[in-house]
Design a protein around this ligand. Sequence first.
Ligand SMILES: Cc1cc2nc3c(=O)[nH]c(=O)nc-3n(C[C@H](O)[C@H](O)[C@H](O)COP(=O)(O)OP(=O)(O)OC[C@H]3O[C@@H](n4cnc5c(N)ncnc54)[C@H](O)[C@@H]3O)c2cc1C
Length: 495
Amino acid sequence: MKIAIVGAGISGLSAAYRLQQLDSNFNSGSGSGSDLTIDIFDRRNRVGGVLETINRDDYEIELSADNFISTIPWGLQLCKELGLSDNLVQTNSEHRRTYVVRRNRLHLLPDGFLMMAPTKLFPMATTPILSIFGKLRAGLELFIPSRRDDIDESMSNFVRRRLGREVFERLVEPLVSGVYAADMDKLSVLATLPRFREMERDHGSLIWAMKKQLAANRVANLAEQSGARYSFFVTLKGGLCTICESIESKLRSGSVKLGESVEAISLRKDGKWILKTEKSKKSKIDEGRENSETEIIYDAVILACSAYEAGKLLKDDLQDISLRLSSIEHEGTAIVTFVFNSDQIKQRINGMGFVVPKKEKSVILAGSFSNLKYPHRAPAGKQVIRIFAGGARNPLMAEMDDSELEPILLKELRRIIKIEGEPLFSVTAHWPRTMPQYYVGHRDLVREIEQLVQSQVLLAIAGNAFHGIGIPNCIKSGFDAAEKIHKELATVYKN
Ligand SMILES: Cc1cc2nc3c(=O)[nH]c(=O)nc-3n(C[C@H](O)[C@H](O)[C@H](O)COP(=O)(O)OP(=O)(O)OC[C@H]3O[C@@H](n4cnc5c(N)ncnc54)[C@H](O)[C@@H]3O)c2cc1C
């Protein structure tokens, strides 16, 4: 039985890992050998997809994701299974604070403000980020009639409706943009932060619901769906990509096929899948070579690439699924990491990062102080500032030349933080079309896609476009895809 997985990012590798676990002959050590051949294709020459770490001198620089949420189980659990627990690092408790930029200055996010709503009244009442009118309007949330239906709405609509324009523009919009890089007028509240709509429905008010949950000491669970950037996070010493490298080392040798792109997939009448693959051209000599295409037959396929790639691959034989997958839009982002001597930073910084409201008309979405957040990431006496840009606010930045992008972001950073002199060095990473956008109606769209995929035997999809963009959600999507395929293979071959 042969299974092909398209994409060796965290989703595809998690699917491969789970399939291998489910392959009982392989695991029983009975000597009868494995029933499954798993081939994982990736057009890049390394595993990890967007997860990539640079280890340079004593610096550890994450080029995309820099940590993951620990309050949903799949990330932590997988690290434990892979024997990586000793490498897990918590955020530095001394600096667990987030700043919000207002008029080019850093202000601390009111203590207890969790992504969407306040849990403590005094910090809200005294924050300089909101005007007196903004604070009064937020307080009225307790009396605003609640919505009890299940109809989706945009994040901007939801927060303005409940907490008012200022809380939306100055607090929620930058916090959510710092995670989803999305247009808040289009981002679905039900697909991204459904717990807050449940709170409204069940308790009549977000503030009241948060207070109740705090009392019950359950507020930590909020992060489960909030994806809040600066709480409840962990990372891995050595870089997040070590999860992917560790899975690769546990798979049968030869199963990960790097530098091989899947160009087309077709479904034969007998239910077998034909994959047309092509070796990536690595050099001028390769370019000159004739046809490096191959056609391989598989029993099952897991698509763990981006939704638009999956849509492209299915366009000939499964148009219903293809059209829906292709309709999920993606934004691109760029991350520039600047390294300074600590004494070049001429103000006290006591937080893990900052977010910038759209209203500030800045080219920066968010920034983090990497070495304050995770001290192992830089030698003592150095300050590492990671800037996140692009997304729906500035789509062109994802693909802008380094030589153009870096000075723009550095100039903007200097408006927010007093910095003397030039960076010691900088590292730039571009991530075009990597952030799926969960627009209003996304939940229904995903439901339709899943129903169609469910009815297609021996096909599964995984990745960040469906039930969450965070690493733990991607791992879960890979596990679910593996379980679908394994169950169906067992049924098909029993008959
Ligand atoms: C800048 C940035 C910051 C982020 N920050 C965080 C964070 O702090 N915490 C967090 O939890 N999450 C974060 N995320 C989200 C998270 O990292 C991603 O959602 C997740 O890593 C995606 O994994 P994936 O395997 O689904 O997709 P990918 O990593 O995109 O992997 C898909 C792979 O498929 C391959 N592929 C595509 N098409 C083909 C084809 N036709 N043939 C062969 N191979 C193909 C690609 O080359 C790629 O390697 C961030 C994402 C980005 C971009």
